[in-house]
Write a protein that binds this ligand. Structure first.
Ligand code: ADP
Ligand code: MG
Length: 399
């Protein structure tokens, strides 16, 4: 079901009126209290510019970290304001409150052409529990609602699902729209061959997503720690590798149901537990008892690349290995390069997952694939179910 877009709003809704915008500025902070990565801020600039150009006055709500419903100074959004102002080229005011008369007053007195950023919504006790009164009170901060927090849209929190029930219209911002366009193309309109690559560590969380692809992917490549669990399901020795014991039975069941769909590693790069010591390559069925598999091996890299190069649609979630450690990053780099080559030959390529997005950015290849999702869990949940709680709360598109 399509949601009403910010682009559908006319001057009568926009001009002079307060747009209460939920953004996802859950940015990593560096040691000196500055912002480690501005990707999430940049993602919202099109929405903010559209609002400012239309004469609306944007009031921003976001969370940062997991302060647990109380004020934690390290989780303040204050440092975000000046960085956002620089990126946007417009003044950004900050007030250190959210659910107070002062915050409402700051929203009412916001001049045209400026943006107001409020303090972390997760400082409020009712945010994550979606306390009904909180949604109603926060709704006084705006005249209409825009969700541009794609990475948080899978959360049933007050600022995501409560506030929009009290404001009209409640629409999808441009980042949310861009994400939904890319992800629904993968979910519902993938041209074939449709190749999927899975890796990473959280296999239990990712099984529903893999299930969603079993019926319409042409090939599913499996690397990363996820592959270890599948090797264990085949009865192979996995040594000290990370294996999710609780998921072995499900993995075995998938292998029984679709024996030819999954492509598992044929060789692996192993190392000492903790990724210490030197790396060496072993066949996938011969992981030594005292070592752990930390990456796919060179034969697997070549095989995975070759399959990815045949794709017309390619979706990738989860690093192929422990890519944060030198020596165990080659598989992930190779899949990133293969995604770029596929894109350059006309395939539609989408990367989802927080660590996968970081890996392709660090490889400097993020602008050379079709889409890198800004939402880890939200992207995976949307792909698996085609719906998200925060989307349900928005107005439907006019027929
Ligand atoms: P994403 O955030 O892209 O969805 P995950 O969070 O599931 O991905 O997994 C990413 C993590 O998985 C990374 O920290 C990486 O080091 C780890 N990982 C991948 N392969 C292995 C492996 N073979 N052994 C241990 N950790 C691994
Ligand atoms: Mg992750």
């Amino acid at each position: 079901m399509r949601k009403r877009s910010l682009r559908s709003l006319d001057a009568a809704v926009l001009t002079g009126r307060r747009a209460l915008v939920r953004v996802d500025y859950n940015v990593p902070m560096n040691d000196s209290g500055g912002i480690g990565d501005t990707t999430r801020l940049e993602g919202t600039l099109p929405t903010l510019r559209l609002l400012l150009d239309g004469g609306a006055r944007p009031v921003l709500l976001s969370h940062l970290g997991r302060p647990g419903g109380r004020v934690v100074p390290e989780n303040s959004l204050r440092p975000v304001a000046s960085v956002l102002a620089q990126l946007l080229g417009s003044p950004v005011r900050f007030v250190p409150c959210t659910d107070t008369p002062e915050a409402v007053e700051a929203s009412r007195s916001l001049p045209a052409g400026e943006v107001l950023l409020l303090e972390n919504t997760r400082f409020l006790p009712g945010e994550t529990s979606n306390e009904p009164g909180l949604g109603e009170r926060l709704a006084q901060l705006g005249d209409f609602y825009v969700n541009d927090a794609f990475g948080t849209t899978h959360r049933s929190h007050a600022s995501v699902v409560g506030v929009p029930t009290h404001l009209e219209p409640a629409v999808a911002g441009l980042l949310v729209e861009l994400e939904l366009d890319a992800l629904s193309r993968v979910r519902e309109a993938a041209t074939r061959p449709f190749i999927v690559a899975f890796g990473g560590a959280k296999i239990g969380d990712k099984i529903p997503l893999m299930e969603a692809f079993l019926t319409h992917a042409d090939r599913i490549l499996v690397g990363g720690a996820m592959a270890n669990t599948f090797l264990a399901a085949l009865g192979m020795p996995t040594g000290k590798s990370l294996v999710e014991g609780g998921a072995i039975e499900t993995a075995a069941d998938i292998l029984r149901r679709v024996p030819d769909l999954l492509l598992l590693p044929e060789d692996l790069v192993v190392g000492e537990p903790g990724a210490a010591g030197s790396a060496r390559v072993v066949p996938a069925d011969a992981i030594p008892a005292d070592l752990a598999a930390y990456d796919i091996g060179p034969a697997t890299r070549a095989r995975f690349s070759a399959v990815i190069s045949t794709a017309r649609t390619f979706f990738w979630n989860g690093p192929m290995g422990r890519f944060e450690t030198r020596g165990f990053d080659e598989g992930t780099r190779e899949v990133a390069r293969a995604a770029v080559i596929a894109t350059e030959s006309g395939a539609f390529t989408v990367i989802g997952g927080g660590d996968s997005a970081r890996a392709i950015r660090e490889a400097g290849l993020d602008l050379r694939v079709s889409h890198v999702s800004t939402g880890g869990g939200a992207a995976l949940e949307y792909l698996a179910h085609g719906a998200l709680p925060g989307l349900e709360a928005l107005d439907e598109d006019e027929p």
